[in-house]
Design a protein around this ligand. Structure first.
Ligand code: PLP
Ligand code: SF4
Length: 340
């Protein structure tokens, strides 16, 4: 089945879910979207699984008293031209609000479902902004999910960006290879190969949270990319009840490494409204990450990162033995030790 067909046939209503999973789900105020091939994997994994918890509705999503509507301050840095410019050298480019699936824990779920104005289609303005700001050398395709765009549209954007001299790097943040591995078709492969030649580096960051997402069809899709010399990295969100254990993350990062994917970031969850049942304290995440340092080499370990609420940006979340700028070491017990 072609990926566009899979996309059209996705489960979108409670009625669809009920028919497919043969059980009732709570009616919630956020939209639903699960392609059927992936829904079969969820069904097989069962109700206690990482897949089920990430993608099937839970009544706790409608708790509107906890969490923030714009948890990482995208609005503060939105340029109203498909760009979010928070860091000097790089911008997020949001050409679509569409995703291959709707993740229940999504930190953008409030913005995406409200069709927020930061996702307006204003490409000419975006291009102008990039030309006028030559300190920007990297464009990061995000969304939504950029691989939901047609090959024609992707090729168009890549060509347009390649004409801006100051741009050296291109990046794609995507969940599509996990959800619709059939999307990695000949057309997309050749576009990604051409991007590799048009820019100094062109990187794909796959969003993946649990080893059970890396089924054989997914591993084969990833292998098609790595076989062509395309650089593939991963991003993972730490989620309560899904992957908040040493074993779950060890298995995930080991499998990714075996697929020649470099784990890039492990995100501490953002405090987004409607997702707080996935939230866990920083202290718990830091303990898990500390134990991973004993089991995996640096090249198989992502950086544990937290996005500071309100638009301050990302900072490392793991520093059990880090230094203050003055050179004071804070050890695992929280004691301060002066090093010269
Ligand atoms: C996360 C993010 C980036 C990318 O940051 P890296 O640390 O380079 O992965 C860029 N812009 C914005 C606004 C971001 O939130
Ligand atoms: S794919 Fe990413 S942006 Fe889309 S719903 Fe999932 S977490 Fe949100």
């Amino acid at each position: 089945m072609s990926w566009t067909h899979e996309f059209k046939e996705a489960l979108k209503t409670n009625e669809d879910l009920k028919n497919f999973f043969d059980q009732d789900f709570p009616e919630i105020n956020y939209p639903l979207f699960i392609p059927q091939v992936f829904a079969s994997k969820i069904l097989e994994a069962g109700p206690d699984s990482a897949l089920w918890k990430q993608f099937l509705p839970n009544e706790q999503e409608d708790n509107q008293t906890l969490g923030r509507l714009d948890p990482i301050g995208d609005k503060v840095h939105a340029k109203n031209n498909q760009l979010i410019h928070r860091y000097e050298n790089r911008v997020l480019f949001t050409p679509t609000t569409v995703c291959p699936i709707l993740c229940r824990y999504c930190f953008r779920k409030n913005e995406l479902s409200l069709k927020d104005d930061i996702f307006d289609q204003k490409f000419t303005e975006a291009k102008k902004y990039l030309k006028e700001n030559p300190s920007i050398n990297e464009v990061i395709f995000t969304g939504g999910d950029p691989f939901i765009l047609s090959n024609e549209k992707l090729a168009f954007y890549i060509q347009e960006f390649s004409e801006i001299d100051s741009l050296k790097y291109l990046r794609f943040h995507t969940r599509t290879p996990i959800i619709l591995p059939s999307r990695i078709d000949e057309g997309l492969l050749s576009i990604l190969i051409s991007a590799k030649h048009l820019f100094k580096r062109s990187l794909i960051m796959i969003h993946v949270n649990h080893v059970s997402e890396l089924t054989d069809d997914v591993a084969e899709a990833i292998e098609q990319l790595t076989n062509e010399g395309i650089e593939v990295y991963s991003q993972t969100v730490l989620l309560k009840g899904v992957n908040d254990s040493t074993d779950a993350l060890f298995d995930l990062f080991t499998k990714l490494s075996d697929c020649k994917v470099k784990p890039y970031y492990l995100h501490h969850p953002d405090e987004a409204r409607g997702t707080m049942h996935f939230y866990l304290p920083l202290e718990e995440g830091r303990k898990i990450v500390a134990s991973l340092h004993n089991k995996l080499p640096g090249w198989a370990l992502p950086q544990y990162i937290i996005d500071i609420p309100g638009g301050e940006g990302k900072v490392p979340a793991f520093n059990p033995e880090s230094f203050e700028f003055s050179g004071v070491l804070i050890n695992r017990l929280g004691e301060k030790i002066k090093i010269n």
